[in-house]
Design a protein around this ligand. Structure first.
Ligand code: C5P
Length: 243
């Protein structure tokens, strides 16, 4: 995909908070920085669609990271509801298979027919969680073979099923673009500025390295949200990729 947005608009801050109070505090601290905002299950299950609408009213692009994974008919309905909410990006698990991903696409199209003039959300497939290690994949989940092959398989399936891109580790970006084309978007978590705590992520890169790989969006949570000064942390990241 050819992203025309400025670098800061391609940084997605993960609002992983247990309620709207913590998230709103962070929004205040980051006020005026036009980054993308990601609402995941922790915040959405607590603060609901109202919080997403609030972010939209404040002018943010919103990635609703609920990782839908269910039977095709249910995912179609869920995708339609999420589209009507007006989010800019949302995701489904590629492991749900082609029929499920095609149903998600149908749900988006169905909802868009009732929203003339509105921008269509980017529909993104989750390949493997960036916390999944080779051992987890092979020994616990029981999928044989190297992790990068599984990621590429999921990415190709997502592309064939009509999705706009995938969430993947920054380590996979080059090969995903080679396999699925430049215009197939990559959204990469597992981002850690030099010197920050790795936490439970296992396949990581710095923001500069991830963009150098050609990723379209980076997702960054704790290095900003858990920083003593979140604004300074985000500004340093922006500087590291623009300066
Ligand atoms: O705090 P941290 O930077 O690790 O946060 C990463 C964010 O990206 C979390 O909200 C996590 O749920 C999300 N994510 C991920 N790996 C994926 C998909 C989403 O880490 N494959």
């Amino acid at each position: 995909m050819k992203t025309t947005s400025s670098p800061v608009e391609r940084i997605i801050v993960a609002l992983d908070f247990p309620d709207s109070v913590g998230a709103e505090r962070l929004l205040k601290q980051l006020e005026g920085i036009p980054c993308y905002m990601k609402v995941g299950m922790e915040l959405f299950y607590a603060a609901g669609p109202q919080f997403v609408l609030k972010l939209k009213e404040a002018g943010y692009n919103v990635f609703l990271d609920l990782k839908l994974h269910d039977i095709p008919n249910t995912v179609k309905g869920g995708s339609a509801s999420v589209t009507r909410l007006g989010v800019d990006m949302f995701n489904v698990h590629a492991a749900g298979g082609r029929a499920m991903m095609e149903a998600a696409r149908e749900g988006v199209e169905q909802a868009m027919s009732g929203r003339p003039g509105a921008a269509k959300p980017l529909l993104i497939g989750v390949t493997h969680l960036t916390s999944t290690s080779q051992q987890t994949l092979n020994d616990e989940i029981g999928i044989a073979g190297p992790i990068d092959e599984a990621v590429l398989r999921y990415a190709a399936l997502a592309k064939q099923s009509g999705l706009d891109g995938v969430v993947a580790s920054p380590l996979e970006v080059t090969r995903i673009k080679e396999r699925c084309g430049e215009s197939f978007a990559t959204v990469t978590p597992g981002i850690r500025p030099a010197g920050s705590a790795v936490g439970d992520q296992s396949r990581i890169m710095t923001p500069q390295e991830a963009f150098a790989q050609g990723t379209d969006y980076i997702v960054i949570g704790r290095p900003v949200t858990a920083a003593a000064d979140p604004r300074q942390a985000l500004e340093q990241i922006v500087e590291s990729i623009t300066g």
